[in-house]
Design a protein around this ligand. Structure first.
Ligand code: SF4
Length: 470
């Protein structure tokens, strides 16, 4: 997934980008980075970890001078956990700095990367994003904006892109519109962000989304559309509404909170639990769907699980074997709310099932009488190749088991998922405008070579090479 932010035309560009990354921390916690541009002079500070960990010294931000900046929070889907893969990537292209922030995942990587390597390209990272830079470096056209359409016509998959160079800020979104990308304005400053919650934080007004297939340039003359790529079948990731985006964001032209509540409403209609006493959420991503379930069912909504938001990367696992420690660290049941109750637990999705299984144990230990798990999306049967790091079908719990077998594995009294029809009917859009491949197996584009996260780890630059921060 990843969160991206772009600022153009503000003396505090890096600070605004930093705030935009903070608002989009939920989209990627593996690394964060900002590249700023001061005329043709480029500055970068990036590193592994949360935004607060990467930017813990005010001097780091101060060094990022310039009136334009792009930022990135990393959630890896291609390329390992390594500083060299943290965005925005920065290269020297035809003697000019070019930096790129990418949200999404490309799917026709293997053949393209092999072809470029055969032509002499030397890859510095193991990400899919770098491929775009190599394509962008080629071609007879002088301006990057003129070379970008041809570069993008060669790639398939999901991309919302920000490319910063002395020419200005280039912006692009794939023709399927997989990932969101909003355009905002803060007085004279242009702001681009994966989610509108970033615009809200810095006080920018949302103007519109970048259209699927649209390529834009922002420079001293303002913002203008360069071109549209040949149109493709729309494939907005429906999982953005189910889980990924923050409920206070607007994406694909609709409010995430509203869509998520409707998913909860539909789930309550399809899978009631009339004997239950209360409805609780698996916090935080399921909070809104649980409220929707409670509203529709008339059951009382309560806070039965408390989430610890402060489990950092530096947590040291104790030597002794504490069972279900990872889940216990993250969630604690509220005994006073749960004891002696029959409880509906609403979760947005179940991937491997191990977290839910541990949670159910915690709930039982807290004295819950009966556990009814309700999931506000259909069973996930298939991997995602467009920016979500799902495991293979064999590792997905619904990839190999029936709902009854999953209920037994989880140790619940009942389990129900929202149907595909119920999910799609909850949306504002035409059902055909969504990607639902992880549920249906119907991929909007042909997957020639199944991408893997570690696909280039051994054949490319050594994992021990690290780029300096700053
Ligand atoms: Fe989203 Fe699922 Fe499609 Fe991936 S496969 S883009 S998670 S809907």
């Amino acid at each position: 997934m990843c969160g991206i932010i772009g600022i153009y035309g503000n003396p505090e560009a890096a600070t605004l980008a930093y705030l935009g990354l903070y608002a989009q921390q939920h989209r990627g916690q593996e690394g964060a980075g900002i590249v700023s541009m001061d005329g043709a002079v480029v500055h970068r500070h990036m590193g592994e970890g949360l935004v607060s960990e990467v930017y813990h010294d005010p001097a780091d931000l101060k060094r990022l001078r310039g009136t334009s900046a792009i930022g990135h929070t990393r959630y890896s889907t291609t390329g390992g956990l390594d500083t060299k893969n943290v965005g925005p990537l920065l290269f020297n292209v035809r003697n000019e700095p070019v930096s790129i922030a990418h949200n999404g995942n490309l799917v026709n990587l293997t053949a393209l990367r092999s072809k470029l390597q055969a032509e002499g390209a030397i890859f510095q990272t193991t990400t899919d994003t770098e491929l775009l830079v190599h394509l962008l470096a080629r071609g007879p056209e002088e301006a990057l904006a003129d070379r970008l359409p041809r570069a993008l016509e060669q790639v398939e998959g999901a991309y919302s892109l920000l490319i910063l160079s002395p020419e200005g800020l280039l912006v692009a979104r794939d023709p399927h519109g997989w990932r969101p990308l909003a355009i905002g304005k803060l007085k004279e400053t242009w702001v681009l962000a994966s989610e509108t919650c970033a615009l809200d934080l810095i006080g920018a007004e949302e103007l519109r989304e970048v259209e699927p297939g649209e390529i834009l340039v922002i420079d001293g003359k303002g913002l203008r559309t360069v071109t549209h790529l040949p149109p493709g079948q729309l494939a907005h990731c429906i999982f953005e509404y189910i889980y990924f985006s923050r409920p206070d964001s607007r994406i694909y032209g609709a409010n995430v909170d509203k869509m998520r509540r409707r998913l909860g409403n539909a789930l309550a209609r399809e899978a009631p639990a009339p004997t239950a006493d209360i409805v609780i959420a698996v916090p935080d991503s399921s909070n809104t769907a649980a409220i929707g379930y409670a509203q529709e069912s008339g059951l009382r909504h309560d806070i039965g699980l408390i989430r610890n938001h402060y489990v950092g990367r530096s947590f040291i696992r104790p030597q002794q074997d504490l069972r279900d420690l990872t889940v216990k660290l993250k969630f604690n049941p509220v005994r006073g709310v749960l004891e002696g109750k029959e409880v509906v637990v609403v979760d947005d999705s179940i991937v491997r099932g191990t977290t839910m299984r541990s949670l159910v144990k915690l709930l039982r230990q807290a004295g819950v009488k009966k556990v009814h798990v309700r999931v506000s999306s259909p069973p996930i049967h298939h991997s995602c190749y467009f920016g979500l790091d799902f495991p293979t079908s064999e590792e997905l719990i619904a990839g190999t088991r029936t709902s009854a077998a999953i209920a037994t594995f989880l140790g619940v009294d009942s389990l129900a998922y929202l149907s595909m029809a119920g999910m799609l009917a909850s949306m504002d859009h035409d059902p055909g405008h969504f990607c639902t491949a992880c549920f249906s197996g119907e991929y909007p584009v042909e997957i020639h070579d199944v991408p893997r996260k570690d696909m280039f780890e051994t054949s490319s630059s050594p994992a021990s090479v690290e780029l300096p921060a700053g």
